[in-house]
Design a binder for this molecule. Structure first.
Ligand SMILES: O=P(O)(O)OP(=O)(O)OP(=O)(O)OC[C@H]1O[C@@H](n2cnc3c(O)ncnc32)[C@H](O)[C@@H]1O
Length: 501
């Protein structure tokens, strides 16, 4: 018995693992490593995300829409992070239609603005920039009656200032800005700018104007400087070709085709761009009340005329072509109306009315031959109006009645106007949204005004949280192993027989 006790005591003395100092060192080592990993996990955990907001009102010719954008607060300069979180369509017509009662233009925005108050968190209201940009409807009103357009903008401004956001102004965008910001939006949402990828062109068809914007190797801006916009974005230089055709939005283009058909001031017309059986009475002074046609109003015309559908695509295309001027061009090449256009290049995103119309007509597949597009339009235009109405009871009658014209106009604008051929047509994608955000000029406008697209590429991001934690954990485990190995001389040799001294 007593010999065994002596043995145990001697084994303890030989095995330093069992000495208090070694135990304390080991415990401290383990605690230090656990603390290191814990600090790595806890301290570097991302803080709960805070967001910033921006509001843009698109005051178009046909209507106004409000968009709310959101992005993580600490990543203003990062890429592809701004998203549209809400949109609101203002009831009623565009603000330019309130020229005779400007206060109503301001009032019309109230419901959507109240919605924005609900959607943006209260504590962010004051720092949220609010912009209103007016497009071709107001451009036309400004041409026609500049004091009326000033009054409308003033009324809109005072209505917007009543809301708790950081109001940044209401102004009329130039056609060039509208085209360029539409192009920025499309390429930003596609993540093409950050990565310096080849860009996508932008085709925007509004109610009163239409824009074409694209980058072409053949275009350096020298042949037509007024069509050139240069950008330096994320460290890359872009020389963008852009042109906005005022009056070539689909509503004003329709006016022009009607003006073309009523030049002799007749009391009725047989319109090939409307379905057979469609008939409506129109007012001459209302039709010609636009700078796009006002100088062509026939003398001695009656007050009204009857428009009756004839439903003939080929004849419709002839009327549509007559509103384009293809004869003079002082440049190496032109689209139409003597406007320079370089060679089409790359893919294109076509949005706004391009999408609404082609989507309705089931013509968004651009891989089909152009002949098939014509055939489909031919068949749609020749369908009697009654049948069209029966087949689409839920579609707004105004849109429904105009689809034959709108489809024919879009095909003519693209192929005869911009010179898309079978190959380049298949590079067009009709789009409404990209990653949840509407395609249009508003996002590009806000990104520009809030300086959210840097000229130079931002520094590469630090290690992500998960990577950081993994590295610290691996280092800690290695340290622990090293620590254990460094104590090797002190390891007990339990397998060996205790030495009897
Ligand atoms: O840019 P501007 O020229 O000022 O015009 P806008 O901003 O009012 O233009 P939109 O893109 O909102 O709309 C373009 C056109 O499409 C029409 N539109 C809207 N929804 C449509 C639908 O579902 N089907 C057919 N047309 C539609 C609308 O009336 C306009 O004529």
């Amino acid at each position: 018995m007593s010999a065994q006790r002596v043995d145990n005591r001697e084994m303890k003395e030989k095995n330093p693992w069992q000495t208090p100092v070694t135990i304390i060192i080991t415990v401290i080592g383990v605690i230090a490593i656990v603390a290191l990993v814990t600090v790595a996990v806890l301290q570097n955990r991302p803080l709960p995300q805070k967001y910033k907001y921006g509001i843009v009102l698109d005051a178009g010719s046909s209507h106004t829409a409000l968009y709310i954008y959101e992005w993580p607060a600490e990543k203003d300069n990062n890429t592809g992070r701004v998203e549209q979180t809400h949109s609101c369509k203002v009831k009623g017509p565009g603000i330019s239609s309130y020229a005779h009662d400007p206060l109503k233009a301001g009032e019309s925005l109230r419901v959507c603005m109240q919605e924005a108050e609900q959607r943006v968190p209260g504590k962010r209201h004051q720092e949220t920039p609010l912009y209103l940009g007016a497009t071709a409807g107001m451009r036309l009103l400004n041409i026609e009656n500049s004091s009326a357009s000033d009054e409308v903008l003033k009324a809109v401004e005072s209505a917007l200032q009543k809301f708790p956001f950081s109001y940044q102004g209401a102004r009329i965008l130039s056609g060039q800005e509208e085209g360029a910001f539409g192009w920025v939006t499309v390429n930003y949402l596609d993540d093409r700018l950050t990565q310096g990828l080849d860009t996508t062109g932008a085709l925007d068809l509004g109610g009163a104007s239409t824009q074409i914007s694209f980058v072409s190797e053949k275009f350096d801006g020298s042949e037509s400087p007024s069509n050139s916009v240069t950008f330096r974005l994320y460290g890359n230089d872009y020389n963008l070709y852009t042109h906005s055709f005022l009056c070539y939005g689909k509503d004003q283009a329709l006016r022009m085709t009607l003006a073309q058909q009523t030049q002799s001031g007749q009391a009725s017309i047989l319109d090939p761009c409307f379905n057979t059986g469609y008939t409506v009475m129109k007012n001459y002074s209302v039709l010609y009340d636009s700078p796009c046609v006002s100088d062509r109003k026939p003398q001695n015309a009656p007050a009204t005329f009857n428009q009756t559908g004839k439903g003939n695509f080929t004849e419709c295309q002839e009327v549509v072509k007559s509103v384009f001027n293809f004869t003079h061009c002082k440049y190496s090449q032109c689209s139409f109306n003597g406007v320079f256009q370089p060679l089409l290049q790359g893919p294109f995103g076509a949005f706004s009315a391009y999408y609404f119309v082609m989507n309705f007509l089931n013509l968004t597949d651009t891989s089909i031959p152009l002949k098939a597009v014509e055939d489909k339009l031919n068949s749609f235009c020749s369908t009697p109006w009654n049948q069209i109405k029966q087949q689409h009871p839920d579609v707004k009658v105004k849109y429904l009645a105009e689809y034959c014209f709108s489809g024919t106009y879009i095909l003519t604008l693209l192929t005869e106007g911009y010179k898309f051929d079978q190959t380049s047509y298949s590079n067009i994608k009709f789009i409404k949204k990209i990653k949840g955000s509407d395609a249009g000029w508003t996002l590009g406008y806000m990104l520009n005004l809030t300086n959210m697209i840097p000229a130079e590429a931002p520094d590469s991001p630090p290690l992500p949280h998960a990577g950081y934690v993994s590295i610290v954990t691996i280092m800690a485990v290695l340290l622990f192993i090293l620590f254990i190995v460094s104590l090797r001389p002190l390891w007990p040799r339990c397998s060996k027989q205790p030495q009897i001294v």
